[in-house]
Design a protein around this ligand. Structure first.
Ligand SMILES: *Cc1c(COP(=O)(O)O)cnc(C)c1O
Length: 228
């Protein structure tokens, strides 16, 4: 199990490095977030032993149990799932990053609840780019105004944008929504926001995301196998 996990991790890192080279991205400019939803704590510990440090979770209750079990390890936790307003305190207290902020109210609560002893919480705004199956995410047209508001909150650090495009198997079709998210990010930067993160790319579209400027790929299946 541990050997297989280490091999899968190397395969994913090789895919990322190959895509960086192929699309002219600087070596090491794309980070790997291991999406560990539904995976038990000992599996996460095994991947950590193989060298992976950043893990992404979608479900707060499940994540809290595993994070407590793994507290002795120096891991960086990212929350990437839908956020209910009454769950923001636990997220603000336990995570380093949140990728799925899609309304100002959630950002305000996270900022107010982020403990003073911790560094500011890193934030990506989730954008509903193109025709996504889920209803989550900001509309493109409202993203600049929300980004300005979020960047003014004292206990948050706005880092960039995140999207989960509808699945597509053709490479050109996969690139299109990622290109739109990148263009939106560039408009925000031109408007004066200091952003450095594009959270995009999953197991089936990570090369297309890297081609379009992803800096943080969120990978589950390629690391851990299919989810039950
Ligand atoms: C589950 C999930 C992933 C990982 O997807 P895979 O296809 O298993 O790599 C990435 N991002 C989010 C937001 C997810 O919910």
């Amino acid at each position: 199990m541990n050997r297989e996990l280490a091999e899968r991790l190397q395969t994913v890192l090789d895919r990322i490095r190959a895509a960086e080279r192929r699309f002219g991205r600087p070596p090491g400019s794309v980070r790997l977030l291991a999406v560990s939803k539904t995976r038990p704590a000992d599996t996460i510990a095994a991947l950590a032993a193989a060298g992976q440090r950043c893990f992404g979770e979608n479900y707060l209750q499940e994540a809290s149990v595993k994070m407590a079990e793994l507290a002795a390890l120096d891991l960086e936790w990212h929350f990437i799932g839908p956020i209910q307003a009454n769950k923001t305190r636990l997220i603000a207290e336990a995570f380093s990053w949140v990728h799925s902020v899609d309304r100002p109210k959630i950002a305000e609560r996270l900022s107010a609840q982020r403990p003073e002893r911790l560094p500011p919480l890193n934030i990506c705004l989730q954008v509903n780019i193109g025709r996504e199956p889920s209803k989550h995410g900001l509309e493109e047209a409202e993203t600049l105004a929300v980004a300005r508001a979020v960047s003014a909150l004292p206990r948050l650090r706005l880092r960039g944008l995140m999207a989960i495009p509808a699945p597509s198997s053709a490479f050109a079709a996969q690139r299109e929504p990622f290109a739109r998210l990148r263009a939106l990010q560039e408009r925000l930067i031109a408007a004066g926001l200091a952003l450095d993160t594009l959270s995009m790319g999953m197991t089936d579209d990570l090369e297309a995301a890297i081609a379009e400027g992803s800096t943080l790929t969120r990978i589950g299946t390629a690391l851990f196998g299919p989810r039950a």
